[in-house]
Design a protein around this ligand. Sequence first.
Ligand SMILES: *Cc1c(COP(=O)(O)O)cnc(C)c1O
Length: 608
Amino acid sequence: MKTVAYFSAEFAVHERLHIYSGGLGMLAGDFLKSASDLGLPMIGIGLFYRDGYLAQRIGGSGRQEEAAEPNSHDLTLLKPVMAPSGERLSLRLPEGTLPLVFQAWEVSVGKSKLYLLDAEHPANSPELKSITHRLYAGDRNMRLSQELLLGWGGFALIRELRLPIDIYHANEGHSAFLFLALLEEEIGRGKSLASAIEAVREVSLFTTHTPLEAGHDVFDEGHVRPMVQSVAARAGVETEELMSLARHPGGPGWNMAAFAIRMSRETNAVSRRHGQVARAMWRRMWPGKEEAEVPIRHVTNGVHLPTWTSPAMARFYDAALGPAWRGEGEDDPFLWARLAQADSALLWRARLEAKAALFERLREGGGVIGGGSLDEKALTIGFARRFASYKRPALVLRDRARLKKFLFNPERPAQIIFAGKAHPADEPGKALVADIVAVAKSPEFGGRIAFIENYDPSVAKLLVSGADVWLNNPVPPLEACGTSGMKAGANGVLNLSLLDGWWEEGYDARNGWGFGVPGGREGADSDRLDVEELYALLEAEVAPLFYDRSLDGVPRGWVEMVRESIATVAPRFCGRRMLRDYAAFLYEPPLPAIARPIERTQASTSAA
Ligand SMILES: *Cc1c(COP(=O)(O)O)cnc(C)c1O
């Protein structure tokens, strides 16, 4: 079995280790956990951001305020990496990059090991030390320095520790300098540039998560050239030859993703829809190829179910399915299909217990804004994710009169709970936070809308298991995949989601609700048209089904949909399925260059 080094700028592996901002980090953490469960040898390489990403507080004015979230130096969690001499290991970046000395910490994630690189070394100037202070903070220079450390430093650590790595996997383009380090090593072994590139491509993989060209890291060539020059000089190749490896035909600059694509044996997108988007977006790198022939495939993301299943639902699955769902049965559709025999009243009781845990948190009150008259019995809609404009957190508020009528329906009351952080430099995202907070506080909505501060994995877990409905309405096709809906669906929280990202694959008309136009609508009216469909579903389908109770109080139709949601989402969108796909399609085989997306058999859905 191949040993994989998985490089990522973010990892969410432990609640006391704030080295993530959103979905990319959740995915990377689940990736290591699922690799461990599957017995797939893997190490992670990331950065130890001393002050984390950001702790969100909502100020009196309703604006997001950002504080550091210093990371614990708990030595039961983080072990300093030592040199063979018995001293603390310290390493340098190569000549011509940054005069940086760094150290490393080791974190156990099941059987996987995560190495975190740290610039806080006494030999460094304060400026150099600050490279690992904050995730996604600072200017372009800071970003470049962080990425140099991640890619090049990670590679140096692997070599120093003599870790036996077969596959170098870059999760997003941030770590692509890794491939420059590999290239220099291969040339140093006496290969020509062309055969060194071939050798690097044998062992490298790149996963892209970004459906927007502007979302990729592109550095000014002038900024990167001095380093590339020093590599070129050592390797005895032309600087321009190396520079051209990171050029995208669409624009100038050192494009980290374009470089990663050229240096990898395989590039993959993270959902079927995102595969299409990525092939269209990167097509110019393969002049003469039809879009469908662009060699970018996809492996749809998945979530580590033991991490994201609420205690109440976990007890129910243990009783109904046995403990195998936590391990070798996680991706077995036949195991999950046994839910068909589970008692509806028991399943509903487990759902209510998961909901009670969320409401307990809401009653405790810390960081809860608005929501003064939330009712545990009322239909509860959850919406939580990064507050980026394309995710349209405020879409559901577009027609306030209609929303109010829906929430205040005396027979079928409803409520909405929001959470999410905006990037500190994202003014439109911060304005959206302020908008939602204002609505949560406003008497107009009478406490039926709440905002929970400081969205993080623990809040996420309560929400994706404790809401009744999980709302998602991005601007298609900008949701590359999305994973919170997978967490919700596997907990029996019904997805009410625009058909984008993973939901275009997951939705089967019986396991939740889909709306919108896959791929997106033309024209300026798309917000209005999308939200019309959303309101129509809420009013005509979601609320009536939720409130249609049998004599014992159980909503039978709703519970059938919950059952279908769990049985279809859990086995197909879990971490084990994801890792098995990576292993089978990307890690293990000496692949023929098939220019075709991976189409899994849909057996899991039909069996369940
Ligand atoms: C799952 C998760 C995400 C990613 O969710 P999306 O649906 O991709 O937006 C982000 N943040 C946290 C805390 C999560 O748990």
